[in-house]
Design a protein around this ligand. Structure first.
Ligand SMILES: [Zn+2]
Length: 327
């Protein structure tokens, strides 16, 4: 895919933006919202590139002008990205101030300047306030594009300064058509897409060797726990896996086990583990599955405190064993 293009399921939003641009009605601050895995950043970038391109080809960037060449080279002097310095960290007020100073300088290309901000919920309160001031008195020819998976955790004052654009998942057919050419022969696009709750980029992540390995290992360990094998021995097998991804997988399996028990096969998101779901539901029942799901959510929050991995895995598997075998 060219770096300048949005994704097929963004077409409606793209057309609406084009209309606004033609009528010179595109608001100076946009907020793209929606679940992770829908390509919001790709869409935001595509608009940024389009705004910066000086030789539009219809509704697309040209890919050839000086501005497009900058983008292809990986650096554009009039494009700034405001993001946390490391994943999980905040966007700080001095980053916003630095950006504001940059924006006050005239554009290198004599045209627009664009600021991408993601994830916008990472702005700490001082940073959000500083940004708010900039949005209230914007420099001319400046375009802000904010991206957020959790818009409700943004200050209402900040949200109210932006035009909000919810990005929706594609239809299953559209998602499948996009996914298929990116998978190997034996991978099933529709199965992966459903397992990812209809989110194409999340489905692509499920298709990676790391995700396959995680599913395989976790599946083995869960089968062993079902058979009553010592959880401490099993914990060692999971040591190499990243804890957040492990917990996310486990949470979705518990949720699917519950759906399987209540709704049958049709209600399940990820159909690759049906026999395990059946066993988990039979052994644990609704209440235990619900309780465990809540506990896993709480454990997810504990990850910020960098827990001891061995102890964390052991206590996780001991809890699962207790619920499986009513110990
Ligand atoms: Zn161009």
């Amino acid at each position: 895919m060219k770096p300048f293009q949005s994704m097929p399921w963004h077409a409606l939003i793209w057309r609406q933006w084009q209309q606004q641009i033609q009528e010179r009605q595109l608001p100076h601050a946009l907020l793209l919202t929606g679940l992770p895995g829908l390509g919001k950043r790709t869409l935001a970038r595509a608009l940024a590139y389009f705004v910066l391109c000086t030789n539009h080809q219809g509704q697309q960037s040209c890919g050839h002008c000086r501005s497009c060449h900058f983008i292809e080279a990986g650096f554009h002097p009039d494009l700034l990205t405001l993001e946390p310095e490391a994943e999980g960290k905040a966007i700080r007020v001095d980053q916003v101030r630095e950006m504001t100073t940059q924006m006050q300088k005239s554009s290198q290309q004599g045209g627009y300047k664009v600021v991408l901000i993601w994830p916008a919920e990472a702005l700490n309160i001082n940073a959000a306030n500083a940004l708010l001031k900039t949005l209230e008195e914007p420099e001319p020819q400046t375009q802000f594009i904010l991206v957020s998976d959790q818009p409700s955790s943004l200050p209402a004052t900040l949200r109210s300064r932006c035009q909000i654009w919810p990005v929706a998942p594609p239809s299953l057919e559209e998602g499948e058509a996009w996914l298929k050419p990116q998978l190997s022969e034996e991978q099933q696009p529709l199965v992966l897409l459903k397992a990812a709750g209809g989110r194409p980029l999340a489905a692509l992540k499920l298709a990676t060797p790391e995700a396959e390995e995680r599913r395989h290992l976790l599946g083995q360990v869960m089968e062993s726990l079902v058979r009553g094998v010592n959880p401490i021995e099993q914990a060692v097998k999971l040591k190499a896996l990243a804890l957040p991804a492990l917990l996310t997988s486990l949470q979705s399996w518990l949720a699917d086990s519950l759906r399987y028990g209540l709704l049958g096969k049709e209600g399940v998101q990820d159909v690759r583990q049906l026999s395990l779901y059946r066993q988990l539901y039979e052994l644990m029942g609704q209440r235990s599955l619900l309780n465990l799901e809540k506990e896993l959510q709480a454990m997810h929050h504990q990850l910020h405190t960098n827990p001891n991995v061995d102890l964390f895995l052991e206590s996780l598997l001991i809890r699962l064993t207790q619920e499986l075998h009513h110990e």
